[in-house]
Design a protein around this ligand. Structure first.
Ligand code: NI
Length: 172
């Protein structure tokens, strides 16, 4: 799965790592990372995941201030929700989620997603152009920008190689 348990586990680890480096509230970041994709199957999953997270956290007895901090991170983690991250914690979650979409892991996830959705190699490469290659410019924190360098470079290398291979078939 492209958005399975392993994705969530990596985002939790990475978000906590970035939070510590950036001086963000680790508890808020960790909880929001754990719950950020719980309504992944719904349209506008960031807003829906935030709603569900509020219910879960209230049920678990967290105070309202904490619940709202976590909900904001989740609402703002996806570009498509239209909600801008206003807090450092929200920026950290957004960064961690984006970093999991680039580099070798990002490439692997893009093709798993394509397999899940019947998307061809060419269509996956379009997704690289429309989204993945732009992600490094959407990062907020210094820590994430540093981590993104190697991952972005590898993404570009892979993209250029596969474009060359595809072009070869157009020319023979
Ligand atoms: Ni995610």
């Amino acid at each position: 799965m492209s958005h399975g348990r392993d994705h969530v586990e990596r985002v939790v680890k990475l978000a906590v790592y970035i939070a510590k480096k950036e001086g963000a509230d680790v508890e808020v970041v960790k909880k929001s990372a754990e719950l950020h994709d719980i309504a992944r199957d719904k349209p506008n999953h960031a807003i829906e995941s935030a709603k569900l997270a509020r219910e879960i956290l209230r049920r678990e007895g967290y105070d309202e201030a904490f619940v709202e901090k976590v909900a904001h991170c989740i609402e703002a983690h996806s570009f498509s929700s239209g909600v801008e991250p206003k807090t450092l914690e929200a920026k950290v979650l957004s960064d961690a989620d984006k970093l999991d979409a680039i580099g070798a892991i990002g490439i692997a996830r893009a093709f798993i997603f394509s397999g899940e959705n019947g998307r061809s190699i060419e269509e996956t490469i379009e997704h690289f152009e429309e989204k993945l290659l732009k992600l490094k410019d959407l990062l907020y924190t210094k820590t994430a920008k540093e981590l993104a360098k190697e991952r972005h470079e590898f993404l570009v290398k892979f993209y250029e190689q596969i474009k060359r291979e595809l072009k070869f078939y157009e020319e023979i």
